[in-house]
Design a protein around this ligand. Structure first.
Ligand code: AMP
Length: 420
């Protein structure tokens, strides 16, 4: 299978070749011909499967006849609207639109919250064919009259499951009501819950269904491990694993924003360069943190689930669940950040005794046990060493855990030991 056989013109084939793509990913092979044929598509595809190119490339091909070098804004109405749940994902998708569309005179821009409206207003007034937006900020522009959506031909809902989780569906409904009824709609979601299927029925017309990975499964090139650990010693175990395995780029998930900030500060004090990225930080701060991480200037990026959406970091080798998520679906989203587009990755979960229920829920969803590894000195109930910096949990006033000198290496044990 090649991009040529999928029906893309020579210039787009050249663009993807320049990006180093030798062949279409499964979601691209399945979705591109359907989108080119004008079908509505309901696609189950996680981040990392190449889903962005799966909709952007055929959309560019469909817009080709409308591509115009004319200056007049009237010649550049919004024809494609791509809705994304977070700023990071919106920026990422907009970058892909620019990269893949470099051979065509089509205009695109991205609008999201957290930054001033005015520069966005100027871009919208000058005319754009492809608009990538987060729902809230788009509605702000609609209310101000800076954007008209009456000529939209294609609507894309990216990471629809996350839009649902974040409570954006009422906004999405408001936006959809402003679009022409005759349009093509593409719906991408990491998972297909019943709620997602109902929404798809509402927004899509006779959709073709693309489901490339099995429901709630993870990539083959991804290895998972869980480490049972005393809750108060997780940060120490994390430092130990980073040093032992010489990790250079680690995305760590915490459940709360304050937990993210606290952990990043602790890691920094222990000599592991770390930054936290979460919704409370300003957009320039988040962008800078992400760039430092991508460049390799910091080893650890600590993120909450919401802040992590849309982060596209190529070949990210390690993802760590500092805490298991309350919603097991988030486990799948999180570990989807590694093992992307063929690169191998490791997803590690630090699991304390009070997280047994979450672990059960995740393993039920995966329909598999996560392989368990043990670093004995960090197991619950081990005595603590006297030296070393206080862990963030201890500083936060929780009961200090017993600690012991750690000289052990990881070894495999059956998962049954951690509460399955
Ligand atoms: P996405 O799932 O859209 O977030 O894409 C994940 C990553 O895969 C991005 O870094 C893309 O540049 C890359 N990618 C997309 N399509 C291909 C392809 N056909 N071959 C290799 N890499 C790809």
């Amino acid at each position: 299978m090649t991009f040529a056989t999928l029906g893309l013109a020579a210039d787009l084939q050249e663009t993807v070749a320049r990006e180093g793509y030798d062949e279409p990913t499964p979601v691209q092979a399945a979705a591109i011909p359907l989108v080119l044929a004008g079908r509505d598509v309901l696609a189950a595809a996680q981040t990392g499967t190449g889903k962005t190119a799966a909709f952007v490339l055929p959309i560019l091909e469909r817009l080709r006849p409308e591509a115009s070098t004319a200056i007049s804004p009237a010649r550049h109405p919004v024809r494609v609207l791509i809705l994304a749940p977070t700023r990071e994902l919106a920026v990422q998708v907009a970058e892909s639109v620019r990269t893949y569309g470099q051979s065509l005179p089509l205009r695109s821009c991205v609008v999201h919250g957290g930054v001033p409206m005015n520069p966005q207003v100027k871009m919208l007034w000058s005319g754009v064919e492809i608009l990538v937006a987060t729902p809230g900020r788009l509605l702000d522009h609609v209310a101000q009259g800076t954007v008209k959506l009456g000529q939209v031909e294609v609507l894309v809902l990216d990471e629809a499951d996350r839009m649902l989780d974040m409570g954006f569906i009422p906004d999405v409904r408001r936006i959809v009501a402003l679009l022409p009824a005759r349009r093509q709609t593409l719906f991408f979601s990491a998972t297909f819950s019943d709620e997602i299927r109902h929404l798809a029925q509402e927004f899509l017309h006779d959709p073709a269904i693309v489901e490339v990975a099995r429901r709630n499964t993870i990539a083959d090139n991804l290895s998972q491990a869980l480490y049972p650990v005393d809750g108060a010693r997780k940060a120490d175990l994390l430092v130990h694993l980073i040093e032992r395995d010489r990790m250079t780029q680690v995305l760590v998930f915490t459940r709360t924003k304050t937990g993210a900030g606290r952990l990043a500060a602790y890691l920094d004090r222990r000599g592991v360069r770390a930054v936290a990225i979460h919704g409370d930080r300003s957009q320039p701060e988040r962008t800078r943190a992400l760039e430092d991480f991508k460049r390799g200037d910091v080893t650890v990026l600590v993120a909450t689930d919401v802040a992590s959406r849309g982060l596209d970091i190529e070949e990210l080798p390690h993802v760590v669940n500092f805490e298991l998520p309350a919603d097991p679906q988030d486990y799948i989203h999180r570990i989807g950040r590694t093992g992307r587009a063929g690169a191998s990755g490791t997803a590690i979960s630090l699991v304390s005794p009070d997280e047994v229920d979450q672990l059960r829920a995740v393993q039920r969803l995966l329909r598999a046990a996560i392989p368990c590894r043990v670093v004995e000195a960090f197991l619950p109930g081990q005595p603590a060493p006297r030296d070393g910096a206080p862990s963030p949990e201890r500083r936060a006033g929780r009961a200090p855990a017993p600690r012991s000198r750690d000289t052990s290496r990881g070894r495999r044990t059956p998962v049954a030991s951690s509460g399955r």
